[in-house]
Design a protein around this ligand. Structure first.
Ligand SMILES: Cc1cc2nc3c(=O)[nH]c(=O)nc-3n(C[C@H](O)[C@H](O)[C@H](O)COP(=O)(O)OP(=O)(O)OC[C@H]3O[C@@H](n4cnc5c(N)ncnc54)[C@H](O)[C@@H]3O)c2cc1C
Length: 438
């Protein structure tokens, strides 16, 4: 029987291997631990949770909750493990990490169609289809090989991300569209008075930084200095950098603001906007307070926080399509953080989807199209394929990935409707594509 190879036994690779095997295929899962450890993993278990033991909120108004529900409908191994290892945690899905990864390891190792090979893969295997899921800490030889095959700009080795806010939460009575150059009015600008800037600068200078592990630390290049470091260098420094007001006249007053924070569109539809030049390693609570000090963002909903840490990921919109297939290397399906998603669930979900694509190829079926745009997984893979490729950063499940529902109603009600709509669309897609709990 033809065997499908999956490289990396983390969240994405474990889910992919299990899904392929449940489709009736023989699978070889390559995992380098314990022979070779990553700087963050501490065990030889598959699907080890390297940090938090939470898989996110699980209420029926939560974006991560929708992805959990979709994964359950798809028969996910990671969700079965989460249910078996669940701990009480209010509205969040928290798990006992040992039980969780123990469950996944046991189910995979006991599966009659899965062989687990404990070895480091140092170059891209020639087998097609192939599922590649080596994660944010992909070992150096394989990362080097990938970079050589795809070209220099397509693989990043660290994540220096700025916060991203939901477009609908920006107050456009305060902000305005303009660019520094006439032909590029694509930016949304948040103007600041001198007093507002002073308050903002003080808040950044006093904010708490996330303390990275040694191996997580990245060297700052002048071009991607964290905003807190710029602020620390001096009161004026950000005014000559990302907050420079030059060329950004406020059309309502015709005057130049004292400082301007610019927002750049992250997705094709303009549902998500990132703060230009605001890469930051500040603690998330402090980021929220600081973002909300920016005029026009007082009620901003942050859908992705800024981070600065080591991370290996592809520039997905340049190299991947919605089927998670590498355009340059057809038949190589990429999943997890390497594919440009962030988070345990997101990694597992793309692992499951990559497996469905690979299975269809081996079994001579028409590969399933991407999940519907209203579903969280559909929104996520569309984002990967179509996001703004300049300065692409990995993305987690959030409500900016799916179309909003129309009409005036409280935010909670909107989210509840988006949840039910997304789950119904996803379930319908599973049935149409003949993938309901295969
Ligand atoms: C330090 C850190 C903390 C994080 N904290 C969180 C968090 O709290 N919550 C959250 O949702 N997300 C977190 N993430 C982000 C991400 O969701 C997780 O890293 C998640 O595990 C990613 O899943 P993955 O399958 O892509 O990668 P992983 O789960 O890391 O799996 C990749 C696997 O591939 C193996 N591997 C690597 N290279 C090779 C090779 N050459 N040959 C064979 N095997 C190889 C690795 O040993 C690993 O087992 C964190 C990431 C990092 C780096």
């Amino acid at each position: 029987m033809e065997r499908v190879h999956v490289v990396g036994g983390g969240l994405a690779g474990s889910e992919a291997a299990f899904a392929l095997a449940e489709r009736g295929l023989a699978v070889v899962l390559h995992e380098m631990r314990p022979r070779r450890m990553t700087p963050a993993h501490t065990s030889d278990r598959l699907a080890e949770l390297v940090c938090s033991n939470s898989l996110g909120g699980e209420t029926r108004t939560n974006a991560k909750g929708l992805l959990q529900a979709e994964l359950r409908a798809a028969g996910s191994l990671v969700m079965a493990a989460a249910d078996a290892a669940r701990l009480p945690a209010g509205g969040a899905l928290a798990v006992d990490r040992e039980l969780f990864s123990g469950f996944v390891t046991e189910r995979i190792e006991a599966h009659p169609r899965i062989e687990v090979v404990r070895e480091e893969v140092v170059e891209l295997p020639g087998d097609r289809p192939l599922v590649l899921a080596t994660g944010p800490l992909t070992s150096d030889p394989l990362a080097g090989d990938l970079q050589a095959r795809l070209g220099e700009p397509f693989l990043s080795f660290y994540d220096a991300a700025a916060p991203v806010v939901l477009g609908e939460s920006i107050n456009m009575d305060v902000c305005y569209r303009a660019g520094r150059y006439e032909q590029d009015a694509d930016y949304t600008n948040c103007p600041m008075t001198e007093e507002e800037y002073r308050r903002f600068h003080r808040a950044i200078a006093e904010a708490r930084r996330h303390t990275p592990h040694d191996w997580e630390k990245i060297e700052f290049f002048e071009g991607c200095m964290p905003i807190e470091e710029l602020a620390r260098r001096g009161y004026q420094t950000p005014l000559f950098g990302p907050l420079k007001p030059v060329g950004l006249l406020d059309p309502r007053s015709g005057e130049r603001p004292f400082a301007v924070v610019q927002l750049r569109q992250e997705d094709r539809e303009g549902r998500m906007w990132s703060l230009v030049g605001f890469q930051t390693g500040l603690k998330w609570g402090d980021q929220k307070e600081i973002v909300r000090l920016i005029p026009g963002l007082e009620r901003a909903e942050i859908v992705r926080y800024g981070v600065m840490h080591r991370n290996t990921y592809l520039n997905a919109p340049r190299v991947l399509n919605e089927r998670l297939d590498l355009e340059k290397l057809p038949g190589v399906f990429v999943a997890g953080v390497l594919a440009g998603v962030e988070g345990y669930l997101e990694s597992a979900a793309t692992g499951w989807l990559a497996a469905q694509q690979a299975a269809a190829l081996v079994q001579g079926r028409t590969p399933p199209g991407p999940p519907p745009p209203e579903s969280m997984l559909g929104g996520l893979v569309r984002f990967l394929a179509t996001a703004n490729p300049s300065d692409f950063q990995p993305m987690n499940a959030n409500w900016g990935l799916v179309p909003p529902v129309g009409g005036r109603m409280p935010r909670r009600e909107k989210r509840a409707r988006m949840f039910e709509r997304g789950l119904a669309a996803f379930a319908g897609w599973l049935r149409r594509e003949d993938m309901s709990r295969v």
